[in-house]
Design a protein around this ligand. Structure first.
Ligand code: HEM
Length: 483
């Protein structure tokens, strides 16, 4: 009887033994020793500025996927096909987020981008899509856009005056204009310049903090003890300024107004807390701001260096006094210029980190539940297997087959400046609209020339770091157009 029992146990265990042995045979992704990774990335001050070249170096050595362990597995992927199979075809299994690191936890403890995959994230994301980003909402904001843009053009004109050789730095003009617009979208009010300036400066400081300590910088509080106290003060100040503005937006059709009305059904229908609302409004303002300004600055730089492309954009926008959303819809070349610039200069080397929901396999390697995956997307746009003459600025590619682009990456990932799949940036259409809207107006009203003579070019070197921005702010000679 005993023997029979033992035999029965063995037979019943066979499938499990088989599964375990199969699982065991699957290798983990290759990678550098953890200590080496720590030495390379986690020493204070190293991680952010060397991020792109260091990750590229590790991929060159270990292949398109590598990993290392530090309490959990960290995986890095730099291949667009793998990215597609994980983010788009992987179901929801790769759509978690790891617990946010120090900076993200401090500034966005309840953000959409930092929320785990689930009902709460879905609720917040749906709310953003319906109440801030829906085309009908965007349309309502046409007067706000006109107002911010006209103010920018007027201040540029005033700055140039009668001096046709005047060189301007365009970034502050773009930043001020866009921030005014974004504040109106999120808080439903046209604020005075002093409050706007303070909010904008806080926004910039938060962006810089994120750039200094990217998402997989694990111990920011240790590596920046001196700065940490400043960041905490900044956060407190931000809440103090934002909260009254959020509360006075009740009943206004804006993002903050929608947050005041939102209820969390899974938690007994409770309203959002003040901390949640500050976090979400701040995420909106930071998310919508600096990456978009960088995108416009790169685009204007390309247009200064490519006067033929600038002339084609001008042909589209001239004689359009309103240059509104309806006008933009017909401007294929302007759209192509913005996309081409984004292909060459995406916002960041990495998208936000994703977390694995249950044990999985990527490219034949075993990736356990809880692993954090980082995608090095910046080079996708330079992949010669996806793009002809990938390093050249050729907006025309988006008008013919080569640039046949589905920005969501659902069929194929060819570039992914906004990520891909379910957690793809919800603001991507808005930022493209803003870029077309402002770049179009800048070209309509001014001719843009290199700062030091027509046969020179703008220096398009990237600033080393987490985000992809111009190392030297774009300076250009601008001449008001007369017709
Ligand atoms: C050029 C401008 C922008 C760039 C390059 C950009 C880029 C990104 C990227 C790469 C992600 C991560 C996607 C992923 O994890 O797969 C993301 C997420 C996000 N972005 Fe943007 N973004 C931009 C503009 C905006 C705007 C205008 C908004 C707000 C209206 C916004 C709000 C968000 C939010 C809330 C998330 C988190 C999504 C989630 O986790 O579900 N972004 N963005």
């Amino acid at each position: 009887m005993e023997v029979l029992n033992i035999l029965l146990c063995i037979i019943l265990s066979l499938p499990l033994i088989f599964l375990l042995s199969r699982h065991g045979r699957k290798k983990l992704p290759p990678g550098p020793p953890t200590l080496l990774f720590i030495a390379k990335f986690l020493l204070p001050g190293r991680s952010a500025s060397h991020i792109g070249p260091m990750l590229r170096g590790l991929h060159a050595r270990h292949g398109p996927i590598f990993s290392f362990w530090l309490l959990r597995m960290f995986v890095f992927v730099d291949d667009r096909h793998l990215t597609h199979s994980v983010l788009v075809k992987g179901g929801g299994n790769f759509d978690g987020r790891p617990p946010p690191n120090g900076i993200m936890q401090l500034f966005f403890p309840h953000g959409i981008g930092t929320s785990p995959y689930g009902d709460y994230w879905r609720l917040l994301r749906r709310n953003l899509n319906v109440h801030a980003l829906h085309p009908s909402r965007i349309r309502l904001l046409e007067p706000a856009r006109q107002c911010a843009r006209n103010a920018m053009l007027a201040s540029l004109r005033a700055d140039v005056g009668a001096d046709a050789s005047r060189v301007i730095t365009v970034r502050p003009f773009l930043a001020r204009c866009l921030f005014q617009l974004i504040v109106e979208m999120s808080l439903g009010a046209r604020l005075g310049q002093e409050v706007l300036d303070e909010l904008q400066e806080m926004n910039r400081q938060i962006y810089l903090a994120m750039a200094r300590f990217p998402a997989f910088c694990f111990f920011p509080a240790l590596s920046m003890r001196r700065r940490w106290a400043q960041y905490k003060t900044l956060r407190e100040r931000q809440s103090k300024v934002l909260l009254p503005l959020i509360h006075s937006s009740r009943g206004t059709p804006c993002y903050a107004g929608s947050l005041l009305e939102l209820r969390v059904p899974e938690e007994g229908g409770r309203p959002l807390t003040d901390a949640e609302m500050v976090s979400l409004c701040s995420e909106f303002m930071v998310g919508a701001m600096d990456a978009s300004v960088a995108m416009m600055e790169w685009t204007m730089g390309e247009l200064v260096n490519h006067p033929d492309a600038q002339a084609k954009v001008y042909e589209e926008v001239r004689g359009k006094p309103e240059l509104n959303e309806d006008d933009l819809r017909g401007m294929q070349y302007l759209r192509a210029v913005v996309l081409e610039s984004l292909r060459l200069h995406p916002g960041a080397h990495l998208i936000l980190p994703h977390a694995v929901q249950s044990d999985a396999e990527i490219a034949g390697y075993r990736v356990p539940k809880g692993a954090v995956i980082n995608f090095l997307v910046a080079d996708f746009g330079l992949d010669e297997t996806a793009w002809t003459a990938a390093r050249e600025f050729r907006p025309e590619r988006f008008l013919d087959g080569d640039g046949d682009l589905d920005m969501t990456g659902s069929g194929e990932v060819k570039m992914a400046p906004f990520g891909a799949g379910r957690r793809m940036c919800p603001g991507h259409m808005l930022s493209l609209l803003h870029a077309e809207y402002l770049v179009g107006a800048l070209v309509r009203d001014f001719q843009w020339l290199p700062p030091s003579g027509e046969d020179t070019t703008v220096d398009m070197t990237e600033e080393p770091g987490t985000f992809i921005v111009m190392k030297h702010r774009l300076r250009a000679r601008i001449i008001p157009r007369t017709c």
